[in-house]
Design a protein around this ligand. Sequence first.
Ligand code: ZN
Length: 292
Amino acid sequence: MSKNSDPERNVFLNTIKENNLKFFAFTIDLESEYAGLIDRTQNEIFKDLDKIDEVLSTLTSLDVKITVFVMGQLFELFPEVIKLMEEYHCEFEAHSYTHDYNNPDSEFEIIKAKEAYFNYFNKYPKGYRAPRGKISRQGINYLAKHGFLYDSSIFPSYFPNPFRYLFSNKDIHYFNGSGTMEIPFTSITPFRLTLSISYIKLFGVDFYLKLSKLFSLNPVICFDSHLHDFIHIESSFNMLPLYWRIPYGRNKLKGIEYCVKYIKQIKKMGYQFCYMSELYELGEKVLPSSNG
Ligand SMILES: [Zn+2]
């Protein structure tokens, strides 16, 4: 709706297309199991470092560059997981402090997330992702106030947040003309299905591969995943409410297999892997300068 979003969109997309660029940023949201749907203290998944190692090793063997959005508390609770991810050259950004759906972008969550990040790395995060993609204009203002350069929360699709972001800009843009950049998740087809491993598991990888060939994919892809998409812990799964066990139960053991299959196809299509910070830099170069 912002008056500069359309020209921005054209400038961004045209430049990317003219230069024949194709980028794929792989992201992991590191948070309590099943996004806290069981209990925000359910953290069994972080206790088996060998399994996490296996996932990271498989992904990076395909040359994928991984950006991890970390729920701040995990820096304090499971620093060994962060350490392991550092060994695989992951890039890190902030994913709130407690992953509370009621306070996805409150100033408290943003400050605490930044502090926890700083206490671990001795530097500040550049990017923020709000739990369940729930970023508000107020949240964007807090991010700017606390020195964040970009947000990556918006699903320009029907779900999550039905209709809320449906008509929002699908490309990298400055949030309503502010100085904070938005790097939205990628959706595919005119039906705007979210491109993430949870959705690929839900509908099947062959279906997603077919759609990705039939409809032209965005030349810049921000792909989402979680550790629980790759590592299945039956006891945690059984704690989910029934209506969540149905979608999460589909192809529950096939996360990594499907992901590898999809990524191999992406590589064939000429995409190069990049970190989210590289998408940010690309946006900075290509977009008309903002007022920020
Ligand atoms: Zn999350």
